[in-house]
Design a protein around this ligand. Structure first.
Ligand SMILES: *Cc1c(COP(=O)(O)O)cnc(C)c1O
Length: 387
């Protein structure tokens, strides 16, 4: 019964040599991780972020799991995560045994709120996880100022949205002790399912490699540093297949083209909708100073949940697939189970109710974009008049 919308929310696209590289990988006979394409993708990411090392993983979720293993969590340890984020941000630490402490977001960047963070820190906290929502840096300064009093607490960046965005000219993903990336088909750079762990501290590299390689010192063996490889530590099978790394490398090589296309989408939406914002009662996303956006998405905030839902429904009927986003993790069933204690996250709740994301992908045409903005303006007008 369900009809395909005229303008879908997300549509992954090939932008360069994806098929050539996948064919090369398949013909080359090295399909597992650790092949030529895995190496080249990791090298490109390492150069771009200035990291000590980048490990290509099967997803951002598994990269977060690997980062959780690096924390060596003990009974009673906690990790602070935003309430307004994807489940994996919390899940990865919960399944390594951490109690979660949910922190609220601030309403400017929709990233972690330093003022709330300050009230949540105590001697049990081992790490704080930040998200650069929509590819816009969170309040890094404020968070660093709070963490200055807690030097043992590690900062982890869940940078699933932020690759190639910057904060004070520094790449997102270079700001934490480690950072994770996602190449899921809904992100800016895709290979179906994939991710990476960005290691910014050279001290973490050797152990991370062992955890990454099923708990073995296989990497040291490959380098000829040991004469046989054995089981050394905990770990799992985290490596991205070279076939997928081949697809991903082609995408990453086109990063300037892809990011320019996405910036153009943001600019179109912004200039088309800004004139209506006050009159129709919505707010556009903004990029505060000292940041360049990674252009992961475009969102608006409606005045309340009912109006947001009505606008979504009217847009759906007009053939445009807009959507809401994260539901606060602290209020979810698993969030309650894994929480070390209850915290209050009113901004997360409010934003979750009011946020609406417009269709966002590389090759939206001028006429697609006009369809979307017309549909949104009509729906917000109609819902304004019916109130
Ligand atoms: C998409 C996303 C993830 C999960 O990424 P996968 O690669 O699908 O595991 C984690 N965190 C955030 C903030 C995300 O947007």
């Amino acid at each position: 019964m369900s009809e395909l919308p005229d303008v879908v929310f997300n549509l992954p696209s090939m932008e360069g040599r994806e098929l050539d590289y996948v064919q090369d990988a398949a013909r080359g006979g090295h399909l597992a991780s650790g092949g030529e394409f895995t190496r080249r993708a990791a090298e490109l990411l390492r150069d771009e972020t200035g990291a000590a090392e980048v490990l290509m993983t099967t997803s951002c979720t598994t990269a977060l799991e690997l980062s959780a293993m690096l924390l060596d969590l003990q009974d009673g340890d906690t990790v602070i995560v935003p309430s307004f984020t994807f489940t994996s941000t919390g899940l990865a630490f919960a399944r390594q045994g951490a109690g979660l402490v949910f922190c609220d977001i601030e309403p400017v960047t929709l990233g972690l709120d330093p003022a709330h963070l300050e009230t949540l820190l105590d001697e049990h906290v081992r790490a704080v996880v930040i998200v650069h929502y929509a590819g816009i840096a969170c309040d890094v300064d404020g968070i660093r100022a709070v963490l200055a009093k807690w030097p043992e607490v590690r900062l982890v960046e869940d940078n699933a949205h932020g690759l190639f965005g910057t904060w004070r000219d520094q790449p997102l993903g270079s700001l934490g002790r480690y950072a994770t990336l996602s190449f899921h088909e809904t992100k800016n750079f895709v290979c179906g399912e994939g991710g990476a762990l960005v290691l910014n501290d050279p001290d973490d590299v050797e152990r991370a490699r062992v955890l990454y390689d099923k708990g073995t010192n296989r990497h040291a063996f490959m380098l000829g540093q040991v004469d046989k490889y054995t089981w050394k530590d905990t770990g799992s099978s985290f490596g991205l297949s070279d076939v997928l790394a081949a697809y991903l490398l082609a995408q990453l090589e086109m990063r300037d083209v892809i990011q320019a296309k996405r910036r153009a989408v943001v600019e179109h939406y912004t200039s088309a909708l800004t004139p209506y914002a006050d009159e129709l009662g919505f707010e556009l996303m903004r990029v505060p100073p000292e940041r360049t956006s990674a252009h992961h998405m475009f969102y608006v905030l409606l005045p309340d949940r009912d109006r947001r839902n009505d606008v979504l429904e009217l847009m759906r009927k007009s053939g445009v697939q807009a959507t809401f986003h994260y539901q606060p993790l602290d209020a979810s069933d698993a969030g309650r189970t894994f929480a070390a204690r209850r915290t209050e996250c009113p901004v997360s709740r409010d934003i979750a109710d009011r946020l609406l994301r417009l269709p966002f992908w590389n090759n939206l045409t001028r006429s697609d974009l006009d369809r979307v903005t017309t549909s949104f303006v009509e729906a917000t007008t109609e819902t304004l008049e019916s109130r």
